[in-house]
Design a protein around this ligand. Sequence first.
Ligand code: ADP
Ligand code: MG
Length: 257
Amino acid sequence: MNDAHHGDGDEEATAMDAGTMDEGEMEAGTASPIYSLRGVERRYERGGSTVLALHDVDLDIAPGEFLSIEGPSGSGKSTLLQLLGALDTPTAGTIRFEDNELGSASDSVLTRIRSQEIGFVFQQFNLIPTLTASENVGLAMVPHHEPKANRRQRSADLLTRVGLGERAEHLPSRLSGGEQQRVAIARALANHPRVIIADEPTGNLDSESAEGVMTLLDELRSGDDAVTIVVATHDADVASHAGRRLRLRDGAIVSTT
Ligand code: ADP
Ligand code: MG
């Protein structure tokens, strides 16, 4: 029953440095990373030409971490998030998520990971305009056969958690951009994911709403169902909320702080 790789609670756990942990650190009792990427490359072939969107990426992400991925447009942020989200597979290298190697996992495993372990948040919110905030959140639970009463209760709880308890019955058009993104975050949490992946979540928000959304994401890491957060942004102020900042340029990690 005991899985040595899931040992935690070692108070002397060593801090992660440049981005990866070595075997020795893990065996010494450091909580093992939720993600481990080694030599990851994503190459796109299009009409005889090749775009190297991501290359030589080595990265460990610890459970409960708040990681930002910064970089200018075209630097590979979305490509990396799609790989982390099991929406895409690398053309070289390995991506271990928990006990799965995503590059060689079956479609059914990838589907399960996407739908149960990962919550997605996008720049455009992607709420269904004809459904209330509560219904938008509840809809995410339908594929998991949650009884309707449970869906309602959990939607209400999640909307309260993101500060929208009073707005649960509003249509998206009656909500501000910041509020719509909070609904999208509640929806991303609906199925108790271990990771939230957010691609430019503040790209359509004014700076005050952006602050609120980033503060909210940070708060999600406390509590019983602490999640790991990975946010892509081109905005340094937004990234400054993260516990660790990764910078991408031309598809490669150029710095980590
Ligand atoms: P970012 O999110 O940082 O703006 P992307 O990950 O979207 O960057 O893109 C990285 C590079 O990969 C860009 O040069 C982009 O044009 C290219 N790219 C992304 N997706 C595709 C695709 N489906 N086909 C071809 N090239 C792509
Ligand atoms: Mg992008």
